[in-house]
Design a protein around this ligand. Sequence first.
Ligand SMILES: [Zn+2]
Length: 93
Amino acid sequence: MRLDKMSPDQRARFQAHCADQNARSKFPLPIICTACEKPLADPGASSRQQQLPAGAVVIPFFAYFCSQVCADTFEHDYGIQFKRAATGKVSYE
Ligand SMILES: [Zn+2]
């Protein structure tokens, strides 16, 4: 069905459906540290636990680490190098 052929009612329902799908797929699973498996955030839990803790290191589309130390450990164990900020910390911001 073409979007421009939808009635206002159909369009509203379609957009609500998409928003719902996006909300579900954003953080589908609890997030754990890729190195030590410490839980970092649980999307299914209270809203307070959906935030990543301060100091968490995020590698987009790849991994979450609870700390810079775990990111360093993972790099060392797997012989890979993440992108670094000028400060020497792993950073993809
Ligand atoms: Zn960790």
